[in-house]
Structure formats: structure tokens, C-alpha cells
Design a protein around this ligand. Structure first.
Ligand SMILES: Cc1ncc(COP(=O)(O)O)c(C=O)c1O
Length: 435
């Protein structure tokens, strides 16, 4: 080790490690000296060294690996959703909607220019709020329901967690999980507690175990779970609500990102008596990710927390954007285009699923933009084979909460926009990769 930790109290020792990190002397992944050694070098009690490392761990700066020692945190690049940069391969891992299926906003744009909005005015456009309230109430009949507008679902999740939790709090995450939720939890310094997902949604035992482990929030995807493409069934939702009954203050965040495009009815974890909840519906999948806008239906306390956090950050979501979203959502023609897009994705994916099945390859996905395909070889091996044939796929390993989980045998494929020729070629290549 070519760096020197100094100090005689826990706070001084922790500060000296922070200073080394700030100056780049120690880097993510570097091992810190074992407690016993550090205590001996500094001439301090062993408990002082333990306390220093604990402070650093609580601040998210180091990770304790048990017998593996204490390592500087961070560094390992996290996988991101979206198209891959700089690749010559055909990227079928993006999870994107089809740009041809995103309604043209030109006509709606003309109608949104109104009175300028100034500082201090209500942050939510009244037209959009009214529309959103009706939409949400149709699924979540709550007297206390409040509407908030956020810069997309990921922003909503980040702010909801930041206001309700403190560092090191536990959050139940679906396993496998949407990458941005994994990142939000990691970067916020929370602990992700994996809850397995089967063909009906989160498992009851898994959620019970997470609640037993003391989770303070749950992020659930009621429809088109990413990456599995599974939607929560009514029966499973009822069983999960039962498990949640003794925990009315655990924050339930439902990321209903596929809402209007979904082939399934909305089933919810939020029971009538549940006190802290947020049903978040992004418009990204049907009006396009660049709208960067989501609507959240929450209890009043959660709405206040969201607003409080909005104030020192983005302050508000532009009213021009809110008016544009409202103009589009309220337009019958655009609603029809969205309904057509929903049928389009469902048809394309079910045709591909049928072709896979005829080749002996299975997917549990029944909803969503992508397919979660199980192969009889480790995903990494399949991905390498597909890469040699020109395809870039996402391996299931990327979506695991816990790096210690078993390696995945799934790949996530976004195929709804492939040409007929590419579809045929991919099916053949998947069949070979599965051998
Ligand atoms: C489960 C899930 N939630 C949210 C999003 C993105 O929402 P937004 O663009 O509003 O942040 C996605 C996009 O892929 C998603 O898969």
C-alpha cells in the first residue's frame, strides 16, 4: 500500500481516507489495510479503526467485504439503458420504443403557447392535473389522491426515495430489475433487497422476506416489468397486499411505465388503507422518452415530500412541456395512435415469441417492448455467440441486484422494430446460439 492513513480518532481516520480519495491517491476498488494492521500502525485501539471504517461505510465511501477486507467503493461502470454507443453490431438490447410509433407533436405544439408562467405560480398545469387525476382515479380510487408532475419516472423514484429514506435504508427491488432503479438505489446509498419475480410478478415469499428485513420502500413494476416483461396478476397483487397489510407506512412506488401501452389491466400493491404510496406513470413509452415527464398519484404526505424536493432541484417541469403532454393525451387521434402502437408491439412480440417456441426457446414475457428469453446456456456465452454473428444483446446478468446471485441464462431482446429479413436471421442465430 503506497498511501498513508493518519489520525488518532475515528473521525480523523475517516477524514484522512476521504482526503486520499478526493486527491485520487486511493481509487475505487483499492483495498484498505485490515483493521488490526491499521490500528497497530496508528497506535490506536482496534475499536477506533473499526469505528472509522464504519463511518466510511455509512457514507457509502467504502464497502466491507467481510473476510475480503474493506474496499474503496464505486468505480465499476454500471450498465445503462438505451442504445449502445460506438458499436458496429446490430443493437437489439436498447429497450426503446419505435420512433415511427411516437405521435408527431407538431400539431399539438402550435396550441400550447399561452400566457407566460412566472415564479411563484402553481407548479402543475391545471389542465394536465385534471386529466391526470381522472386517469389515475379510474385505477386508484382514493379520496386523498394528489397529483405531482416529475421529469420522468426515474426522477420520480429518485426524489421519492431521497425524501422518505436515509442512507443505508433498505429498498425492495424486483430481481431482475430495471437498471435505472438499481442505479438510483446504489447511488443514493440505500441497500437493495432483491425480491424474485416469477411469471405473476413479485413473489409473496420474496416480499415477506424483504419486509422482515426491514425495507422502508418497495419499487414495483405492475405491468411489463423490465426486463422480464411480466405483469402482476390480480391474484398475486391481492396476496402481496395481504403481506403488506401490517406495514402501511412502507412507501410503495409503482412504476407503471407501460400503462397505456399495456395489454394487461392494472393490478396494484396499494391497498385502500395503505398510507404511503406513489403510482408513477411516465409518458416516455408512448409520447417518447424525450418528453421527460411523468405523472405521480400519491398520498398527501408523499406529494408534499415530492414538492419539497422539487423546489431546490429542477424547481418545476416546464409548463410548455406539461401543456404539450396534456394537449397530446387529451387528443382522441393521438390516443388512437397510442392504442395502435400498443397493438403493434403486442403483435410483433407475440409473433416473435411463437417463432422462438417453434425452435424450442421460451420467454415468459407477455407485455412490454422487449422479450426476456431463456436459453439453455449461460447468457454470457449466448451473448458472445450472438456477437460473433453481429448482434448486441443484453445479458440477464446486467439486471441482477446482487452480483453474488447465480449467473443468468436470460437475454433481453428488443425485436419489435426489426425488418422481416433481420427477424428471420436473428431467429436462426438464436437457435444456433442455444445449441
Ligand atoms: C420500468 C421502467 N421504468 C421507467 C422507465 C423510464 O421512465 P422515464 O423515461 O420516465 O424516466 C423505463 C424505461 O425503459 C422502464 O423500463
Amino acid at each position: 500500500m503506497d498511501f498513508e492513513i493518519t489520525g488518532s480518532t475515528a473521525a480523523e481516520i475517516a477524514d484522512s481516507v476521504r482526503a486520499l480519495r478526493e486527491r485520487g491517491v486511493v481509487r475505487p476498488g483499492d483495498a484498505l489495510p485490515p483493521v488490526r494492521e491499521l490500528a497497530a500502525t496508528l497506535g490506536v485501539n482496534r475499536n477506533t479503526a473499526v469505528a472509522a471504517y464504519r463511518q466510511l461505510a455509512q457514507a457509502g465511501l467504502v464497502i466491507s467485504k467481510g473476510r475480503g477486507g474493506t474496499l474503496m467503493a464505486g468505480g465499476a461502470p454500471l450498465a445503462q439503458e438505451g442504445v449502445a454507443a460506438d458499436t458496429v453490431l446490430h443493437d437489439i438490447g436498447s429497450g426503446n420504443p419505435d420512433p415511427r410509433r411516437i405521435p408527431d407533436p407538431s400539431a399539438a405544439l402550435g396550441g400550447i403557447v399561452g400566457r407566460p408562467v412566472l415564479y411563484g405560480e402553481p407548479v402543475i398545469d391545471p389542465g394536465l392535473e385534471h386529466w391526470a387525476r381522472e386517469w389515475m382515479l379510474a385505477d386508484l380510487a382514493r379520496d386523498d389522491l394528489r397529483i405531482s408532475v416529475t421529469s420522468g419516472a426515474v426522477d420520480a423514484v429518485e426524489r421519492l426515495l431521497a425524501q422518505a429514506l436515509t442512507r443505508d435504508d433498505a429498498v425492495a427491488l424486483e430481481d431482475p430489475c430495471f437498471l435505472s432503479s438499481i442505479h438510483t438505489v446504489r447511488l443514493g446509498g440505500y441497500r437493495g433487497v432483491p425480491v424474485p419475480v416469477d411469471e405473476q410478478g413479485m413473489t409473496v415469499d420474496g416480499l415477506q422476506a424483504a419486509l422482515d428485513a426491514g425495507v422502508r420502500a418497495i419499487i414495483s413494476t405492475p405491468r411489463a416489468q423490465n426486463p422480464t416483461g411480466v405483469s402482476l396478476t390480480a391474484a398475486r397483487a391481492a396476496a402481496l397486499r395481504k403481506v403488506l397489510e401490517p406495514h402501511p407506512y412502507v412507501l410503495i412506488i409503482e412504476d407503471d411505465h407501460f400503462s397505456m401501452l399495456s395489454a394487461h389491466p392494472y393490478a396494484s400493491l396499494i391497498a385502500p388503507g395503505h398510507r404511503r404510496y406513489a403510482l408513477v406513470r411516465s409518458v416516455s413509452k408512448f409520447l417518447g422518452p424525450d418528453m421527460c415527464l411523468a405523472l405521480a398519484a400519491t398520498d398527501p404526505t408523499t406529494a408534499e415530500r415530492l414538492a419539497m424536493r422539487l423546489n431546490p432541484g429542477t424547481t418545476w417541469v416546464s409548463h410548455l412541456l406539461q401543456r404539450l403532454a396534456h394537449a397530446q393525451l387529451a387528443d382522441a387521434g393521438i390516443r388512437q395512435q397510442i392504442a395502435d402502437a400498443a397493438s403493434h408491439y403486442a403483435e410483433r412480440n407475440s409473433a416473435f415469441t411463437a417463432e422462438l417456441l417453434s425452435r424450442g426457446i421460451r420467454t415468459d414475457s407477455t407485455d412490454g417492448l422487449s422479450l426476456w428469453v431463456r436459453l439453455p446456456v449461460p447468457a454470457r456465452v449466448a451473448a458472445e455467440r450472438l456477437m460473433r454473428r453481429g448482434w448486441l444483446v443484453r445479458t440477464g446478468d446486467e439486471f441482477r441486484i446482487d452480483e453474488a446471485s447465480p449467473v443468468s441464462d436470460h437475454v433481453r431482446l428488443t425485436v419489435h422494430d426489426l425488418s422481416e429479413a433481420d427477424t428471420a436471421r436473428l431467429l436462426d442465430d438464436l437457435e444456433s446460439a442455444a445449441r
